[in-house]
Ligand binder design. Structure first.
Ligand code: SF4
Length: 299
C-alpha cells in the first residue's frame, strides 16, 4: 500500500448532501473495482493512475483531530470518490478506524460502497445509529451477475451485494440500493429496474435511489476509457453512443421517462423511498424527535 500526504480529511457539505450528510471523507485515493463508467477517473479530479489504491497518510489521526474540533456532530459521507471498502481495507482497516472515530465523537455515517466487506462493520453502524443518522447504500446497477461482471469488473457481483444488504437490514442498519448509473443500451430496461427494486425490497432495504434520471455522465478521459471498455465487452456499442450523444455530458437513456414511471410505481408498490429528500428526512427523523423532547414543555 502506497501512502500520499493529506492536510485535511473532513470536507463540509453545504447545502446538505446525500443521505443527510454534512461532511464528506475519502480516506483512500483511487479505486481498483474497475467499473467501466467510473466518473472519479475524470481529469478534473486530478487523480493520476486511478486504478491504484493509495491511502492518505495519518488519515485517521487527521480525521480524529478534525472531528474533535467540531462544535456539533453531524453525518459524514464516505464513498463519493473511491470505494471505502476496497480489497486493501480488509487488512488496512482505515475505514473501520475512521468509523470508530465517528462513534467516539457522536457522528453518524452515510456509506456508499459496492463491497460486501461493509458487513464487517455492522457493530459500528449499530453503535453510531444510537446517536446520529447512519446509513449504508450499496450500488446495484443490474440484477444479472454476468452483466455486473462486465461493467463492474473487480468487485463482488450483484447477488453478493444483495446478500450484504440483507445482513445489514437484519441487523437493523438503515440501508438501501444506489441504482446508478443506468447505462443507455446496457442496463436501461424496465425488466432490470423492476428486478432491482423487487430484490431490494426482498432484502429489507428502505430505499432505492436512482441518482440521475436514468443515464450516465461522460467527460474527458473518462469517456475515452468507457468507450475502450465498450469495445472490449460490447462490440459496436461505442458507435451507437457516439451517434446518439456526441460530446454530451449527460447521456440519458432514450427510455428515461418510461423507466422513471416504472421505477417510481415499483418503489411505491413495495414501500421503498426513492427521492433523496424523503430518504434524508427518514434518516434524520428519530434524532429530531429526541432533540425536540429535550427542549419541550417542562424541560
Ligand atoms: S467502485 Fe466507485 S470509485 Fe471504484 S471504480 Fe467503481 S465507480 Fe469508481
Amino acid at each position: 500500500m502506497d501512502y500520499i500526504p493529506a492536510k485535511s480529511i473532513l470536507s463540509p457539505r453545504r447545502p446538505e448532501g446525500w443521505f443527510a450528510s454534512d461532511y464528506t471523507v475519502n480516506l483512500y485515493r483511487g479505486c481498483c473495482h474497475g467499473c467501466i463508467y467510473c466518473d472519479s477517473r475524470s481529469e478534473c479530479y486530478g487523480i493520476t493512475d486511478f486504478d491504484t489504491v493509495r491511502a492518505k497518510r495519518d488519515a485517521v489521526e487527521i480525521l480524529t483531530r478534525e472531528l474533535r474540533g467540531k462544535r456539533r456532530a453531524g453525518v459524514v459521507l464516505t464513498g463519493s470518490m473511491s470505494d471505502p471498502y476496497n480489497p486493501f481495507e480488509e487488512k488496512e482497516r482505515l475505514t473501520r478506524r475512521g468509523l470508530q472515530a465517528l462513534v467516539q465523537y457522536g457522528f453518524g455515517a452515510a456509506v456508499l460502497t459496492k463491497s460486501p466487506l461493509v458487513t464487517r462493520d455492522i457493530d459500528l453502524f449499530r453503535q453510531m445509529g444510537k446517536r446520529a443518522p447512519t446509513s449504508v447504500s450499496v450500488t446495484i446497477t443490474t440484477a444479472e451477475d454476468d452483466l455486473c461482471c462486465r461493467i463492474e469488473r473487480h468487485v463482488a457481483p450483484s447477488s453478493q451485494r444483495l446478500a450484504a444488504l440483507t445482513a445489514l437490514a437484519r441487523a437493523g442498519v438503515p440501508c438501501g440500493v444506489l441504482l446508478s448509473p443506468v447505462l443507455p443500451f446496457i442496463n436501461d430496461t424496465e425488466e432490470n429496474i423492476r428486478a432491482i427494486v423487487s430484490r431490494a425490497a426482498d432484502a429489507g432495504c428502505r430505499w432505492v435511489y436512482a441518482e440521475m434520471a436514468f443515464g450516465v455522465t461522460l467527460r474527458q478521459n473518462q469517456r475515452l476509457y468507457f468507450y475502450d471498455r465498450l469495445d472490449e465487452a460490447f462490440p459496436g456499442l461505442k458507435q451507437r453512443y457516439i451517434r446518439q450523444y456526441g460530446d454530451q455530458y449527460a447521456c440519458y437513456s432514450p427510455d428515461t421517462r418510461r423507466l422513471w414511471q416504472a421505477f417510481a410505481s415499483a418503489c411505491e408498490a413495495r414501500g421503498l423511498l426513492y427521492r433523496m429528500e424523503d430518504i434524508s428526512a427518514m434518516l434524520k427523523a428519530p434524532y429530531q424527535a429526541t432533540q425536540l423532547s429535550l427542549f419541550g414543555p417542562g424541560q
